[in-house]
Design a protein around this ligand. Structure first.
Ligand code: NAP
Length: 457
């Protein structure tokens, strides 16, 4: 039986699910997997994208850890693809590679004023509150009124994290610098803007409902947004998820605070619909001072058209949460328009053609774009793995597929890589830090410290 030596680049859920599926298919062939990750710790988006107050989703880490702990996957963390290890290296030592590097950047938004001081991408803020080692430790939280653009789950994460009182986040795993930053926040009003209506949102009912349960935060909706057209009524009648979302929002119309009247909480989270961004207005010093938007109305088909009515609201910070975008990898084809690796069901294609690149595969958000919940990544990985197994005849012919080659190469290049034992060290360390303060975990944020703890140096 041929032995497949496989490299997977990206140790988030997509890469780990792909490894799991391959190992389960091992009856059919023999496989050895090395998982490369540019961060010192695995789990990608679950560790660095899921909000800290979502322990149920963070819990996916336990299932991913079970896969790694089986002991038949080697992990090489703190290894940057393209720098510490290249595509040529992989071809020399493996039969094939799967790229599962996700999508971690913010989609750009072509809007006047988007570069003003105080205008941020959601991905950067999420990285900050999740303790990503590669973003600054400080986050400016001087604004009293903040706008969040977008009606997806990331917009709700950002709005919730901004509106929530820092002490209500203490039971979670937020890093110490994040707690301190949020504790000093001056925010009183968070305004979420969707360009379409309540029946066209992308966020999910559970995440919406959660906003209504925040301590000392009023959730504010406005009657003018509930004058539904037939397409919206049809969507509510035919789609259970939309029906629940409508029911939740309708119930908030009856609450104190609705329409900006009454309500006693010290903070408010407003949901505005039918608001198409026009401009981020900056003051003389180039700082965000207002958000200008056009009121839209439904077009009868689930879309909207502008009404020509321009409105303005004073804000001091703006977060765009309008979607993530993938990043190119050195030597790997990339579709600049969609931010993905061009592929046919996970087989990488040469840029601008339908020719398959032998030995090179992709899965997860870098394959299909940043949509769908973490669980959707499993079926995605299955599709990719099916092709990989069927393509045995066109795998690479590595010069040196020995187990010792990669650790030797990384050591020779002075790469301080972390491994699975290293992750266990870091995990234990973070749990102990948390326990000392009566918290579940306190994340280590500095990359160097993560590496030191992992390597027990
Ligand atoms: P998303 O679900 O695609 O939502 C993007 C939002 O941005 C949409 O409301 C979209 O409006 C809006 N938008 C896009 N371009 C815009 C523009 N130019 N102007 C104004 N609005 C614009 O993306 P996401 O929120 O980044 O989430 C990515 C995936 O991760 C989703 O599948 C999400 O469910 C998942 N996720 C889940 C959780 C969770 O807690 N369960 C947390 C975070 C993320 P239109 O619909 O009108 O295009």
């Amino acid at each position: 039986m041929t032995q497949l030596r496989l490299a997977i680049v990206g140790a988030g859920p997509a890469g780990i699910y792909a490894a799991d599926i391959l190992l389960k298919a091992e009856r059919k062939f023999n496989v050895a997997i090395d998982l490369f990750e540019q961060l010192p710790a695995p789990y990608g988006l679950v560790r660095y994208g899921v909000a800290p107050d979502h322990p149920r989703i963070k819990g996916i880490i336990n299932a991913l850890r079970d896969v790694l702990d089986r002991g038949d996957i080697r992990v090489f963390g703190n290894v940057r693809f393209g720098e510490d290890i290249t595509l040529d290296d992989l071809k020399r030592h493996y039969h094939a590679v799967i790229f599962s590097t996700g999508a971690v950047r913010d989609t750009t938004l072509d809007l006047p004023g988007i570069d003003a001081e105080g205008s941020y991408g959601a991905a950067d803020f999420v990285s900050w509150f999740d303790g990503h080692p590669d973003v600054p430790r400080e986050w400016p939280l001087e604004a009293e009124s903040v706008a969040v653009l977008g009606n997806g789950n990331v917009a709700l994460d950002v709005a919730r994290m901004l509106a929530k009182h820092a002490d209500d986040l203490l039971p979670t795993e937020i890093p110490a610098n994040v707690y301190d930053g949020l504790k000093a926040s001056k925010v009183t009003d968070v305004h979420v803007f969707g360009r379409r209506g309540p029946a066209q949102v992308k966020f999910t009912p559970l995440e919406l409902r959660e906003l209504g349960e925040l301590h000392d935060v009023d959730t504010v909706v406005y009657d003018e947004d509930f004058d539904y057209d037939q397409a919206s009524l049809d969507a509510i009648a035919s789609n259970k998820q939309v029906m629940v979302i409508d029911r939740v929002l309708q119930s908030w119309r009856q609450r104190p605070g609705a329409n900006g009247v009454g309500g006693e909480a010290s903070r408010r989270l407003h949901l505005h619909f039918y608001a198409k961004p026009v401009e981020i207005v900056a003051d003389d010093e180039g700082r965000v001072s207002a958000f200008r938007y056009e009121r839209t109305r439904p077009d009868g088909q689930g879309g909207v058209v502008g009404t020509g009515e321009i409105r303005e609201i004073a804000i001091q910070a703006m977060y765009r949460a309008i979607g993530y975008f993938g990043s190119p990898l050195p030597g790997v084809p990339f579709d600049e328009r969609h931010g993905v690796i061009p592929n046919h069901e996970g087989q990488i294609l040469r840029a601008g053609s339908n020719d398959v690149v032998p030995g090179a595969y992709t899965t997860g958000w870098i394959k299909r774009g940043p949509v769908g919940l973490i669980g959707h990544t499993k079926s995605d990985a299955m599709e990719t793995v099916r092709h990989l197994i069927n393509d045995q005849g066109s795998w690479w012919q590595p010069e040196d597929p020995s187990e010792a080659a990669i650790p030797a190469l990384l050591a020779e290049r002075g790469v301080r890589y972390t491994d699975l034992d290293g992750w266990h060290n870091l995990d234990q360390h973070e749990l102990a830090l948390g326990e000392a303060e009566g918290r579940v975990r306190i994340k280590v944020v500095e990359r160097d410290e993560m590496v030191r703890v992992s390597r027990a140096e």
